[in-house]
Write a protein that binds this ligand. Structure first.
Ligand SMILES: Nc1ncnc2c1ncn2[C@@H]1O[C@H](COP(=O)(O)OP(=O)(O)OP(=O)(O)O)[C@@H](O)[C@H]1O
Length: 628
């Protein structure tokens, strides 16, 4: 393990508690990683630490161990309700993971209690748990932690409880800022005592992180850890054991990635849509081609690959049908309550595919992940490094692959310069059977699949339009017809980006897509009922329309003008002129996100808002009018 090279824990200049050493022995970690050997002594000498180290280099223990040691060295013992340490991390999954690591170390010290505060759970219960069990060490997401400071009326005076705080850790600091938590963090910092140790950990440092370092840390010592064997001048952000590839597909990106997933997962029964002779070779740089068996032997394939929740839903559904004998799971940010369960479930699997958005891109530690497939390039370049970092973690090898269109190939150079992240080209050489006819057949047979595909396409186009590297990812150059074929669409969706365009290369199906039923009988029954209701309303409105027609034309004109004005205003405000409820939901979510980023609403309110708009969309889908 080239990461674990820094001598045994006993060689630290400040000795660790024998029971901490015992836990490390039980975990089978006899040696430290570089970031651990650098950061732990600094913390224990009362320094603030700003640490940057590649993904999977053991940053969690670099702050968990000092927290324990500092609390153990306190002169005044902590009371149940006194908070001695807080770890803030951007996502729930990360918080759960850190809480799990921490519990190994608090187990031999029953005098310390720990508590997890994350969104998606009942805040009232969080308060009750704290009052009952205490929380000397808090692991939290920023929104929920900020919310907890406002729960005085429920009997939790957190501002008083944190007066005893010794250590604050900001994990994945750049992500905390990317996700718009700056306002929450600043509010939280105001409650915390200045006399504390602060640690800031990240795999990628940005300008914004620098400001946070200045705001939250006092004379920090900076730790920047490079891997052994990597030149001192190099600032490569990805682990050296990571084989990082890109594949340029002249065909559709989605098609390629789906085929790749099918192959990688290595179905136990040969998939009807994928021949057994698919050969993948590494091109350009002359490396030997990995044998197909190598892919097939994959344990976990993780794909934090999609930029949007709708794409995750669609690819999840597609892969479920295409990959036999391998479990396919989906996680995205719009899932409210089942996210924890799915995440834990995936970790417990022998092998599987996790289709996810960037909620899984950071910090998530599933050591056996062999492949990270990126269906589309993430919206910002540092997220690319984090996505890849879900594989090739300590002591393990791993590979990552991003699918690019020919017009996007300069992204490879951009990553090499901007992120010091070199990629090698890989190409799928033999032409293989098409997965798309199968997906089209699925969409024809089930409205749920049809609608998922349409939504995925729309959301993908919209995400593409907002890409940070708009010079490389140019919406105007996107081949919409090829994209639609890649999503196995039955017809082109109606959306402003496509208005007035012709798609000679896209052949829509020869049926009215409104007639495609849901496979789920109940859903279809509801849809039919709603369609009937709409038909009735339409007939009733006919009479009214005639009446309007008989009105003075000047009046009709005024009404039309008013309507146009309202529509224009809405378009200006929302940047969209799509009429259906899905778009409304999307816009509503965007508005919520903006408010949340500006700190105008709490994480809780944000999630509640998402849930309400999600419900609306289910209604729309059920009614069958969500046909975008
Ligand atoms: N000293 C050690 N020896 C062996 N394995 C270790 C050691 N320290 C940590 N690990 C293991 O290495 C893996 C990665 O650790 P961790 O999740 O802390 O990495 P990280 O640097 O926080 O990664 P990321 O930047 O992706 O969040 C974990 O599975 C952890 O158990």
């Amino acid at each position: 393990m080239e990461h674990v090279t820094e001598g045994s824990w006993e060689t630290l200049p400040v000795p660790l508690h024998p029971r901490v050493l015992g836990v490390l022995r039980d975990l089978g970690f006899p040696y430290m990683t570089p970031v651990q050997s650098a950061a732990i002594p600094l913390f224990l000498k009362n320094k603030d630490v700003a640490a940057e180290a590649v993904t999977g280099s053991g940053k969690t223990l670099a702050f968990v161990i000092p927290i324990l040691e500092i609390l153990l060295r306190r002169e005044e013992k902590l009371k149940k309700s006194q908070v001695g340490a807080i770890i803030i991390t951007p996502t729930r999954e990360l918080a759960i993971q850190i809480d799990g690591v921490l519990s190994h170390f608090t187990r031999p010290f029953p005098q310390f209690s720990q508590i997890l505060w994350i969104g998606g759970r009942n805040p009232g219960e969080d308060v009750a748990r704290f009052k009952q069990q205490g929380g000397n060490i808090v692991v939290a997401t920023p929104g929920r932690l900020e919310d907890m400071f406002r729960r005085k009326a429920e009997g939790l005076d957190l501002a008083s409880c944190v007066k005893s705080l010794d250590v604050l850790v900001l994990d994945e600091a750049d992500r905390l800022l990317d996700m718009g938590f700056e306002a929450s963090i600043n509010t939280i910092l105001e409650f915390l005592p200045k006399q504390r140790r602060t640690g800031l950990f990240s795999a990628t440092q940005t300008q914004e992180v620098e400001s946070l370092v200045r705001a939250g840390l006092r004379n920090p010592v900076r730790v920047s850890v490079r891997e052994k064997g990597v030149a001192a001048s190099s600032t490569q952000k990805t682990p050296s054991r990571l084989e990082n590839y890109y594949m340029v597909s002249t065909r559709r990106r989605s098609h390629c990635s789906l085929r790749f997933c099918v192959l990688t997962a290595g179905s136990s029964q040969p998939s009807p849509c994928f021949p057994e002779d698919g050969v993948i070779t590494v091109g350009a740089h002359g490396l030997p081609p990995p044998a197909v068996e190598e892919w097939v032997a994959s344990d976990h394939a993780l794909c934090p690959s999609c930029s949007t929740c709708a794409c995750v839903e669609y690819y999840g559904k597609a892969l479920e049908a295409l990959v036999k004998g391998t479990e396919v799971m989906c996680i995205h940010g719009k899932m409210k309550y089942k996210r924890d369960k799915i995440f834990t479930g995936f970790r417990g699997l022998q092998s599987g595919i996790l289709v996810c958005t960037d909620v899984m891109a950071r910090g998530i530690d599933i050591p056996e992940v062999d492949w990270v497939l990126q269906y589309d390039p993430p919206s910002n370049a540092s997220a690319f490094v984090h996505r890849c970092g879900r594989t090739a973690r300590i002591g393990h090898g791993g590979s990552a692959l991003v699918f690019l269109l020919p017009m996007e190939e300069s992204y490879v150079n951009f990553l090499a310069i901007n992120q010091k992240c070199p990629l090698q080209e890989m190409s799928l050489q033999k032409s293989t059977a098409d997965v798309l006819p199968r997906l089209r057949a699925m969409a024809l047979a089930d409205r749920a699949v049809f609608e998922k595909g349409m939504r995925a396409f729309v959301s993908h186009v919209q995400a593409y339009a907002k890409h940070e590297c708009s010079l490389i990812f140019r919406l105007k150059d996107l081949d919409f017809a090829a994209l639609a074929r890649g999503f196995a669409l039955l017809r082109m969706p109606k959306m402003p980006e496509l208005r007035g365009k012709q798609f000679a290369d896209f052949v829509p199906v020869d049926i009215n897509t409104d007639t495609i039923p849901f496979k789920d009988k109940m859903r279809e029954k509801q849809r039919q009922k709603l369609l009937e209701q709409q038909r009735k309303e339409k007939t009733e409105n006919e009479g009214r329309r005639k009446f309007i027609k008989n009105k003075a034309w000047s009046k009709q004109k005024a009404k039309k003008k008013k309507k146009k004005k309202m529509n224009d205003k809405r378009k200006r405000e929302e940047g969209s002129d799509i009429e259906d409820e899905d778009m409304e939901e999307l816009l509503n979510d965007t508005r919520l996100l903006k408010k949340f980023k500006k700190g105008k609403i709490t994480e809780e309110e944000f999630e509640k808002g998402l849930l309400t708009s999600g419900k609306k969309s289910v209604k729309a889908a059920d009614s069958g009018i969500a046909d975008l």
